[in-house]
Design a protein around this ligand. Structure first.
Ligand SMILES: O=P(O)(O)OP(=O)(O)OP(=O)(O)OC[C@H]1O[C@@H](n2cnc3c(O)ncnc32)[C@H](O)[C@@H]1O
Ligand SMILES: [Mg+2]
Length: 197
């Protein structure tokens, strides 16, 4: 078991930060990487876990604090797991709306039965910049890609992700409900267990 009073969240994504902070609750004082830098490290890894470690290591180095990073994305069955680790860059860095438009476009005409997908979240926690044994946890959330956007909550691909267990899109869930069900929630539950939180 391991405990800190403080850690830095190595993400520049406001939606993610809000969710991670809500899930950590009062258990630890959370600082943002934005206090230390505006520069985002290049995500050169070929897997979620490599990118999560890379982001956490960069943040630990810059802040001198333990660092938690989240690398996540959407893997669509009919696309062989794309956009996957490239989810944020799917429409060449034009942002969430462009990513969602591109996904709807490439899935045009694909029937519901073939629109299965999963959100994936890989969390990496490093105690310090040279930590040789990061704590790694992952979570997967199965669903299906809708034919049009629904809902106003969440961020990223949430309006296009159908949640079978609730019969609505991920963007139609309240933030509290998404934080009980999501890929990020599952990964964070494992991390909290590992930390004894
Ligand atoms: O790397 P950081 O700074 O954390 O921020 P980012 O937005 O670039 O994050 P990623 O590199 O991990 O890319 C994640 C992509 O997957 C999407 N994504 C991840 N979790 C999601 C969720 O819970 N709901 C909707 N989209 C999500 C998100 O919108 C991005 O396009
Ligand atoms: Mg990123």
């Amino acid at each position: 078991m391991m405990h800190f009073n403080e850690l830095v969240l190595a993400s520049h994504n406001a939606g993610k930060l809000k969710e991670l902070q809500a899930m950590l609750g009062e258990s630890v004082r959370v600082r943002s990487i934005a206090e230390f830098t505006d520069v985002e490290p290049e995500e050169t890894g070929l897997s979620f876990v490599e990118n999560a470690i890379l982001k956490a290591r960069n943040a630990a180095r810059l802040s001198g604090l333990p660092a938690l990073a989240d690398d996540s994305g959407l893997a669509v069955d009919a696309l062989g797991g794309a956009p996957g680790i490239y989810s944020a860059r799917y429409a060449d860095g034009q942002g969430d709306a462009a990513n969602n438009a591109k996904l709807l476009d490439v899935l045009q005409g694909v029937p519901d039965a073939e629109r299965g997908a999963q959100f994936i979240c890989s969390l990496a926690l490093l105690r310090h910049a040279e930590d040789p044994l990061p704590i790694l946890c992952e979570g997967i959330w199965r669903g299906r890609i809708l034919h049009a956007a629904r809902g106003e909550h969440g961020f990223g691909y949430d309006p296009l992700f159908w949640v079978p267990e609730r019969d609505c899109s991920s963007a139609e869930l309240s933030p509290a409900e998404k934080n009980l069900l999501s890929h990020r929630a599952r990964a964070m539950a494992l991390l909290k267990q590992r930390l004894g939180l």
